[in-house]
Design a protein around this ligand. Structure first.
Ligand SMILES: Nc1nc2c(ncn2[C@@H]2O[C@H](COP(=O)(O)OP(=O)(O)O)[C@@H](O)[C@H]2O)c(=O)[nH]1
Ligand SMILES: [Mg+2]
Length: 445
């Protein structure tokens, strides 16, 4: 392998930084708002060295230390060269040569899911590679639900990730989600078969689909071109979403051209071989030797293997991981939680903007003050009213007493006047007194 993953990972992190996707055909990632809150962003030139230009290198060093982890799934009828292609892709003997089953052997009745992990290293970069194989897919008389165990497997991996995310302690989350699914199409030269369409329809919202034409050395160049066109038409007709290499706004022309070139080769017509053969001109290459010549795996004129490797490993492995996490898993998670009846509690996870929060608090405080003032006013008024009522009452009482006393005085005066008049007119003061004198006189007499 001439390409080094180190340099590509390094270069990508620089060009892809902070850019947004241009690719219209792939559902875009949820984008972060570019400006946080309402704070204006000031563009300034630096006067001297600060050092944050080194940040990508820090990330690089850290990720190299941590290592990478990637899970890919291969699906397709047996004998299409899945195991061989994986061995070719990662240049290891991940799958040892398989002994074909003897005719009398019992055949499995269901699609099995087998996963193999390997730690591989290239230029000091470690990759924990997991390949999920699906032997049995499309191998039965009735393949109606061949896709089912595969969907279940992908979902159970999502489930396990969700369960880990919901733990109280999330120190060690193992990411076993499938980041890419290589779907092997039989090199019939016709178009997609119902089983291909059904599989892709069931899976395209759950995994990054990468369709490949298996054993492309069995087709001529024209046949490959026609077959590709028909496959793409079928895919478009059934609204199947296959993984597209994303492009970014501020990327250089080279990167854009590369993305375009890769996108132009989908579905990749691949040839796999994990052993070396000698070409007519004496070179030792990975390939397949035929009586009429050698098919070279790593030769772009012979097949799309190099482009597939670029898509899956060299350029877009990180994109595949990111798309799986940010879009596929996120959608599945939302659906799952909603179907379980979980509703978003706005009061718990509400995002808080400090400015509006302060404004809210001020309004609340002012309302509280106004309420207190109103209450105090009311109490005051009540007290005043009570006092007024009391004063009025005592006034009335005073007035009544005054009237009473006045009346009594009037009466006394009238009595006195009456007496005065009687005295003046020489009449006895009271009839009783007359009686008394009479009595006295009678007694005296
Ligand atoms: N013509 C051709 N044969 C291939 C290719 N890849 C694998 N084979 C052969 O196909 C047979 C089945 O391959 P294998 O990788 O076991 O297929 P699997 O069952 O899909 O895993 C083996 O004999 C391989 O040598 C290819 O690209 N072209
Ligand atoms: Mg196999």
């Amino acid at each position: 392998m001439t390409d080094s993953f180190v340099s590509s990972a390094n270069g990508d992190s620089l060009t892809a930084n902070g850019a947004s996707r241009l690719n219209g055909s792939s559902p875009s990632l949820p984008q972060q708002p570019s400006e946080t809150g309402s704070a204006p962003i000031i563009r300034k030139k630096l006067n001297g060295y600060v050092g944050f230009a080194n940040l990508p290198n820090q990330v690089h060093r850290k990720s190299v230390r941590k290592g990478f982890q990637f899970t890919t799934m291969v699906v397709g009828e047996s004998g299409l060269g899945k195991s061989t292609l994986i061995n070719t892709l990662f240049n290891t003997g991940l799958y040892p040569p398989k002994e074909p089953l003897p005719p009398s052997a019992e055949r499995p009745q269901t699609v099995a899911i087998e996963s193999i992990s390997a730690d591989i290293e290239e230029n000091g970069v470690r990759l924990r590679l997991t390949v999920v194989d699906t032997p049995g897919f499309g191998d039965f008389v009735n393949n109606e639900e061949s896709w089912k165990p595969i969907v279940e497997n992908i979902e159970s991996r999502f489930d396990s990730y969700l369960e880990q995310e919901n733990r109280v302690n999330r120190q060690k989350i193992a990411d076993n989600r499938v980041h890419a699914c290589l779907y092997f199409i039989q090199p019939t030269g016709h178009s997609l078969k119902p089983i291909d369409v059904e599989f892709m329809r069931q899976l395209h919202t759950k995994v990054n689909l990468i369709p490949v034409i298996a054993k492309a050395d069995t087709l001529t160049d024209e046949e490959v071109a026609d077959f590709k066109a028909r496959i793409l038409a079928d895919i478009a007709h059934h609204n199947i979403h296959i993984f597209q290499a994303p492009t970014y706004e501020n990327e250089d022309e080279e990167a854009l051209a590369e993305a375009e070139e890769i996108a132009g080769q989908i579905p990749f017509a691949v040839v796999g071989s994990d052993h070396l053969v000698k070409t007519l001109d004496g070179r030792e290459v990975r390939g397949r030797a035929y009586p009429w010549g050698v098919v070279e795996v790593d030769n772009e004129d012979h097949c799309d293997f190099v482009k597939l490797r670029q898509m899956l490993v060299r350029t877009y492995m990180e994109e595949l991981r990111e798309y799986t996490n940010d879009v596929l898993y996120e959608n599945w998670r939302t659906q799952k939680l909603v179907s379980m009846g979980v509703v978003q509690d706005q009061s718990v996870f509400k995002e808080i903007n400090p400015a509006s929060r302060m404004q809210e608090e001020r309004v609340m405080h002012e309302a509280k003050l106004a309420k207190m003032e109103a209450e105090m006013k009311m109490v005051f008024q009540q007290k005043v009213q009570e006092k007024e009522a009391k004063l009025k009452q005592s006034e009335e009482e005073l007035y009544a007493r005054h009237r009473e006393m006045k009346e009594a005085l009037e009466k006394q005066r009238a009595d006195l006047e009456d007496k005065k008049r009687r005295i003046e007119s020489g009449r006895p003061l009271t009839p009783e007194k007359t009686n008394q004198t009479r009595k006295k006189g009678f007694l005296r007499a």
